[in-house]
Design a binder for this molecule. Sequence first.
Ligand code: CU
Length: 176
Amino acid sequence: MTHCSRLLPALLCMGFSLPAMAAPQVQVERPWARATAPHQTDAAVYLTLRSPGGDRLIGVGSPMADHASLHETVKENGVSRMRDVPGGIPLPAGQTVTLRPGGFHIMLIGLHHPLVAGQTVTLDLSFEKAGTVEVLAGVEKLGANATMQRDTAMLGRHDAGRRDEMMDHGTMDQTR
Ligand SMILES: [Cu+2]
């Protein structure tokens, strides 16, 4: 908001904030995915969500893959595995919910083309109240942590989980 009022004329700022008051809205921040390795046909997409009034992410689609679903990585007996999130991902009012390596993520299955660094992934997120929201996720270099480094706490805590998850996705690839 401070940036808004400093950098943009007041009327323009009002124009941006009016729709937020008119309809339930979910803020989507930092959507990103990793570039895919050769022959990799599945990929995870991560982002941060915030709903002022509370909402629920109930579905996801992408024109760039055969199928997209909401996944969660869980540890069972010390082994990380992924599973579908049946009821969707709850967004408690005013709380920040981050989909990240080692936790909730969006899984793209059967990519039509490899994900290349610098390009974007188109997603359609379906929310219980806010409806469908189109999101463009930036593709980052394979193995690069450019986005992660901006959040050092997250980097430290999920370093191990991220490796597990990449192995997990590899295993899934082979069994399909
Ligand atoms: Cu997954």
